[in-house]
Every structure is written in C-alpha cells, then in structure tokens.
Design a protein around this ligand. Structure first.
Ligand code: BG6
Length: 480
C-alpha cells in the first residue's frame, strides 16, 4: 500500500522528461487525491536557481490549468523544493540529504523514492552518490529509472552489473511507459476475462498479429539522441515488444508482479532472435510538398546516417500456442497519422458455403481514441444472402460517459509509490528482450551496404510495406 511520510526526489528536475511527463503526472495524481497530503517533492538538477524561480518553472510544466486547478496547483507547488548540484560530487548529495532530513523531521522511518529523469551517462554515478549519501537507515527506498537501458545485450548487462551492488532488484522500478497505458493494461483483462477470446487465442484460430506504432512527426530536435538509437531501440525493443509479450504470454497464476513477470519472461524465451530476412527498414526524406524536412536535414544528424526511422519485422514464437503465427511489429516516425494499434487477424472460415469471405479481426486501439472492435461478417439486411463486414464496436468515448483515462506516467508513478512491480520491467525480462533484437541490431550496424528505404515525410512508410505484410499472410480488408 501507499506509505505515508514519503519523499519523492526528481533527479534531472529541469530536464525534458521531468517537464513533459514527471511533474505533470505528479500534479495529476495530487489533484485527484492519489498522493498523501504530507508528501514532499524535491527537485535536483545542475541548473542553479532560487526557490521562486524553481516554483515558477514547475508551474510552467503543468499545462494551462483550468480555473479550478489553480488553487490546487498553488498547494502542489507548496510541497516542492529544489536543490542544485552536480551529478558526480559528494557535497551536493550531502546537501540533498540534509535537506531531506529537514523535511522529514525527526521521524525514524524515512521513505524515499528517487526518480532518475536523467541521461544514462550519469545513472551509475548518481546511483553511487545516492547510496552513499542519501540512503536511509530505516525505511523504504525506491529508484525509478528510464530507458535507454543500454544499446544491446552486453551494454545492458554491463549497466545492470554496475547497478546490482547498489540497488536490490525490488528497489528498482524500470519504466516502460507503454505498460502504464490504459489499453495495454486492458490486454490481460480482455484475454483472460473473456472466454470467447481466451478459447480462440492460439495458432488454430489466429492467423497473424500486427502491432503498429505510427507518429506524424519526425525526430524534430531529438536527432542527436535518435541517431544513436534508431527506431528499433527507441520503441520496438521496449514498447512494442511489451505489447507482444502481453498478447502472447500464458495465463499467470495471479495478478501478482512475480507471477506476471515469470510468464512474460517465459514467452520471451520462446521467441528466437529476429532474422534480418524478416525485416525492412526505412528513413524519411522531405515531404512531397517540401514543407517538412527529411531526417538528414536535421543538423544534429550525420549526412551519411543509415539510422532507421521506420522498421517492420516479423517475430515468431516457438511454443505450442503460437508456432507459425507471425507477429508483425511496425514502427515509424514522420508518417501520415498518429496511431498505435494491435490487429489480430483470425483464420479463414472453413471453405464451402462462403467464397472469399473476409477474416475476422480484433482491433485494440491503444491511442488515440481508445477502442476495441471486432470486424465480423453479417448478413446484409434484405432479401439476399449477401454478407457484409460489420463491427462490434467498443469505442471508449462513446461507451464510458465522463471518460478519464489516466496518463501512463500517473499510473506508473502511483504503482512505484505503492511498491507494485507488475508494470515494471524485471532484470531477466530486460535480458530476454535484448537477446531477441541484438543479433539484428549488430547485423544492421555491421553491414554498411544495407541502407534504409526512403519514404516521404507524411506518407505510410516505404512502398514495399504492404507487400511485406502480405508476404506473412496478412489479408487486407477495408480499413476502418
Ligand atoms: C518514447 C520514445 O519512449 O516513446 C519516443 O523515445 C516516442 O521516440 C514515445 O515518441 C512515444 O510515446 P507515446 O506515449 O507518445 O506513444
């Protein structure tokens, strides 16, 4: 449960993540009554600023509060304070400890949650300083960390090895924010709470699965970071693979964190490394009307960059449930729309009475416009026996009046405060996921002759995409 007397320390409090996600999420939780009233939030970063400046800054992170929220925002910033300091020196961390102790008073139990909204280059040094100077003798300590967790299996292991002596696994909360999304959390309920899905959830009934991630903007300003990682490391090895895992895992014994994560690891281990022959990569160029820049027009991107901003790949799972079923992952930046969705295409019905009748599809729209719908065949109303594709449609906006979907970060920060690891990535899970992608990543890095296919900013991706998905047996019906 949620511990009272908790202090949250946001390290990197003046950075992009803190601004865009951490503080808005903390305020969202506070506003809705999910944070204890006595919570204190300490920011730590290198930027020197006084209390007033800092409070002004925190206020600016919280977007356009409506009138009623202003009072709450005033109370929220009353809980906030700031310490500036380097990430590699003892002294400012001693200062941080003294500041925390002042806030905590003389109580014995000190519960401290450290949120590292920091680049990975300082993970280890900050961890060491926190351990040495800010680790309470009595109480609960938790550390929330953000990707990237390395660039491949060996660098991820190296990072884990370095953190291992500092933090116990149950103190670590590795964020994959897709695990905090409402529709991603819904996957287990849809699968295991509905007999008609559960019963057909296997290779006998499902022909192929597609998980797509589309963004209508390029790397705008993040080219420097992105070029080092590329789309596969940025969203596929983590976000999309997590979705695949939840779709494919066996029923956990319970909803406990360890039962869920045991099953996730088991299915990942049944997933062989992705083979380069099952992969296409792309990189965006200028939009057709010339108004949007190409990837390489970004000054921070090298002119000869081969970095993929688009990728489609087929993964397979070698177990009884899934053998032979392609799981197609697709991800791209600078495409024609914003959409993350899961599309499960069922097998053809037994031939005979129907000719070429479309397949059933179950679509889970993760974002935007959260919904679940099933494409199914029905008799065209009237005197003929013609069939028509219709939908059983659960669009959240329509179904749930007063719909309020929490931000992924709100959900995850609350889980971390409560000590619930279910939606965080365990160390062996991280290893298993890197093992699936590392050979492909090395292959692409080493083979200089492999260049990404170009696609215009604002398009659906490289032209061969439809051919690629069709080659795994995906059958197109009218898009909804
Ligand atoms: C981040 C990636 O992890 O996820 C970004 O680094 C990406 O490149 C983002 O844009 C997508 O998150 P969301 O929640 O907007 O779908």
């Amino acid at each position: 449960e949620l511990k009272g007397n908790t202090l949250i320390v946001v390290l990197g409090a003046s950075g992009d993540l803190a601004k865009k996600k951490t503080f808005p999420a903390l305020f969202g939780l506070y506003r809705n009554g999910f944070l204890p009233n006595d919570i204190k939030i300490v920011g730590y970063a290198r930027t020197k600023m006084d209390h007033e400046e800092y409070i002004k800054r925190v206020k600016s992170y919280i977007k356009t509060p409506i009138k009623e929220m202003e009072e709450q925002l005033g109370q929220f910033v009353g809980l906030c304070s700031y310490i500036s300091g380097q990430y590699d020196q003892d002294e400012p961390f001693i200062h941080l400890r003294k500041h925390m102790e002042e806030l905590e008073g003389d109580r014995e139990e000190r519960n401290r949650v450290f949120y590292m909204a920091l680049p990975p280059s300082v993970f280890i040094s900050v961890s060491e300083h926190l351990k040495r100077n800010c680790y309470p003798e009595k109480g609960i300590t938790r550390l929330i960390v953000e990707k990237p967790f390395g660039k491949d299996l060996s660098s991820s292991r190296k990072l884990q090895k370095a953190l291992e002596p500092i933090w116990k696994e149950d103190e670590l909360f590795r964020i994959d924010h897709y695990l905090g999304k409402e529709m991603v959390k819904n996957i287990l309920v849809l699968r295991f709470g509905n007999e008609f899905f559960g019963a057909t959830w296997n290779r006998n009934h499902i022909h192929n699965v597609q998980i797509s991630f589309k963004e209508p903007f390029g790397t705008e300003g993040r080219g420097g970071y992105f070029d080092e990682f590329g789309i596969i490391r940025d969203v596929m090895q983590n976000h999309l693979l997590q979705v695949l895992t939840l779709l494919a895992m066996e029923r956990p014994m319970s909803f406990s964190a360890e039962d869920i994560r045991d099953e996730k690891v088991r299915v990942l281990r049944a997933c062989p490394a992705v083979e380069p022959k099952n992969v296409i990569i792309g990189q965006y160029k200028k939009s057709l009307d010339g108004s949007k820049p190409g990837y390489k027009d970004d000054d921070t991107v090298p002119e000869d960059s081969r970095c993929p901003t688009f990728c489609a790949m087929a993964c397979f799972i070698k177990n009884e449930r899934w053998d032979g079923v392609p799981f197609i992952l697709k991800a791209g930046k600078a495409l024609n729309e914003q959409k993350t969705e899961i599309r499960i295409q069922f097998r053809d019905v037994t031939s005979g009475i129907f000719k070429d009748i479309p397949r059933n599809e179950l679509v889970i729209r993760v974002q935007p416009n959260e919904s679940v719908y099933i494409k199914m065949n029905s008799k065209q109303p009237g005197l003929s026996m013609n069939t028509v594709v219709t939908e059983l449609d659960l669009t959240y906006r329509r179904r749930f009046s007063d719909l309020k979907i929490p931000e992924a970060y709100e959900s995850l920060i609350l889980d971390a405060l409560k000590g619930d690891h279910s939606n965080f990535v365990r160390d062996d899970e991280l290893d298993a996921s890197w093992r699936i992608f590392t050979p492909l990543l090395h292959y692409l890095d080493e083979h200089e002759e492999i260049t990404p296919m170009e696609y215009p900013y604002g398009s659906r991706g490289p032209l061969v995409l439809d051919e690629f998905t069709a080659s795994y047996g995906y059958r197109f019906s009218d898009p909804k």
